[in-house]
Design a protein around this ligand. Sequence first.
Ligand code: FES
Ligand code: FES
Length: 174
Amino acid sequence: MLIDSGSPGAVGTIGITLTINGERRALQVAPWTTLLDLLRERLDLTGTKKGCDHGQCGACTVLVNGTRINSCLTLAVMKDGAEITTVEGLATLARREGKNSLHPIQEAFVEHDAFQCGYCTPGQLCSSVGLMNEGHAKTRDEIREAMSGNICRCGAYTNIVDAIEEVMHQGDAR
Ligand code: FES
Ligand code: FES
């Protein structure tokens, strides 16, 4: 449940500006509001999932200035001025690069059957893009290691690695 009222100038709230999926938003937030709750409860961006709410499952992963983070562990006020990309914005990111539909990693997940129930998938997708932005993982083992913070209860790991490997080798991360 989101605790802050969100009304401009409400007592105890702080004004921040975020660019979320390409759209600049001015927001009043209570200082204790997590980025995850802001996205889900206030902005209706429910693609980002709350799994553990303790930084242990990766379901809440989003990109902040291109870097993946657990949004459940991040206070919204700490990201004032940042650019946030959620799963809803991955296609927007792709369009900025002149592509017309889904982000290549989304297409690869579909192609490789890299999800079952889909609950972990938004976090897996954002984390995959973050991993490719980092540019450290080169092999399957390194992809597995770098994705180890994203838990999949359905066990779709092999196909997730297949999908990431394909896009990574196309050099099509963003
Ligand atoms: S909900 Fe954030 S890591 Fe699990
Ligand atoms: S696809 Fe079900 S939890 Fe990952």
